[in-house]
Design a protein around this ligand. Structure first.
Ligand code: FES
Length: 325
């Protein structure tokens, strides 16, 4: 005779159900406490707190309204900012340094003199491409009116490269146009259209100015190589001016190679770095340089001005070059 053992039931009061009731009681207690807390917060009612109206953001290009407007998209606080640090210092320094550079470089570009002291030529005047040039470091391509400085013909390229630089854009948007002057500080403008419209949309030409900048770097490096000649044209000379021109060329290369456009040339529009190992290696190097682009921008800018100043003082016989050999 066989006997069948009784099968345990799911609802047995001595197994699962017996162990679950403390859990259920705890959950109910937590819910009750939460309900009570919400009631106290809402002044005795359990209704959900009132929500702010949904943010209205105008659709792009839907009308003549700005893409982003202070009235619809910004927090409405009366204070212009809540910062307590010297946030104004950086924009102020930027303004002072850039204004000094603009004044000095404009004066030198229009001066049309004292830009060549054998064998050195000022970077503001190189390449010197007219028949009226002092010295002969570059083919003289045409005869311009003598009252037009040779620097004027080439000015647009280094100027355009710097003006459209992503870093300088940030710097002068913040410091000159206060747009915004610093992080967390409200700008005085009511609307913001970014760089999507005239005239700032032309900032996109930076990628083309980058190539012109490379050409100028090659020419200024060539000038530095020519500085290893003495006044008679014999090779094997080195003076302080040689080092100054050399340092200027190196700084300009660092500035150009750390450019965001340069980084994009090597690493942009790629889906798989693994299929482009050479570009990947260049991209890694350029990315490292790119992290210091701001520093290279300032150092190279000051370097260009000091190089010109050195040649100016030599050409004007204010100082004499230090000869090493
Ligand atoms: S981003 Fe500064 S030079 Fe290109």
């Amino acid at each position: 005779m066989t006997t069948t053992a009784p099968r345990p039931t799911k609802s047995g009061s001595d197994s699962g159900g017996g162990r679950r009731w403390p859990v259920a009681a705890a959950a109910a207690a937590v819910a009750a406490v939460g309900l009570l807390a919400r009631r106290l917060r809402n002044g005795g009612t359990t209704a959900a707190p009132p929500q702010p109206p949904p943010l209205k953001v105008p659709r792009r290009g839907s009308a003549r309204r700005p893409i982003w407007s202070a009235a619809t998209a910004r927090a409405s606080i009366t204070a212009r900012h809540l910062r307590t640090d010297a946030w104004w210092l950086q924009p102020l320094i930027t303004v002072v340094v850039l204004v000094l550079f603009i004044v000095y470089s404009t004066f030198r570009a229009f001066q049309n003199d004292f830009y060549f002291a054998e064998p050195y030529i000022s970077p503001f005047y190189s390449p010197c491409i007219t028949t009226g040039c002092q010295g002969s470091t570059f083919p003289e391509l045409f005869t311009g009116p003598s009252w037009i400085s040779p620097a004027i013909y080439i000015l647009i390229f280094p100027l355009g490269f710097r003006l459209t630089c992503y870093y300088y854009r940030k710097a002068y948007y913040r410091s000159f146009w206060l747009s915004p002057p610093a992080c967390g500080v409200r700008e005085p403008h009511g609307t913001y259209s970014g760089e999507t419209r005239f005239p700032l949309i032309f900032q996109n030409v930076h990628r083309y100015f980058f190539y012109f900048g490379l050409v100028f770097n090659v020419i200024l490096t060539y000038d530095a190589v020519l500085a290893f000649r003495d006044e008679t044209g014999a090779w094997g000379h080195m003076g302080l001016g040689t080092l100054v021109l050399l340092a200027n060329a190196v700084l300009l290369w660092l500035y150009s190679l750390s450019c965001h456009s340069c980084r994009h040339i090597f690493g942009g529009r790629l889906n798989h770095f693994s299929r482009h190992p050479l570009r990947y290696r260049f991209w890694v190097v350029v990315s490292k340089l790119n992290g210091s682009h701001m520093q290279y921008a300032w150092i190279s800018l000051i370097g260009v001005a000091l190089t010109d100043l050195y040649v100016y003082l030599l050409a004007a016989d204010v100082i004499t070059d230090v000869r090493f050999f």
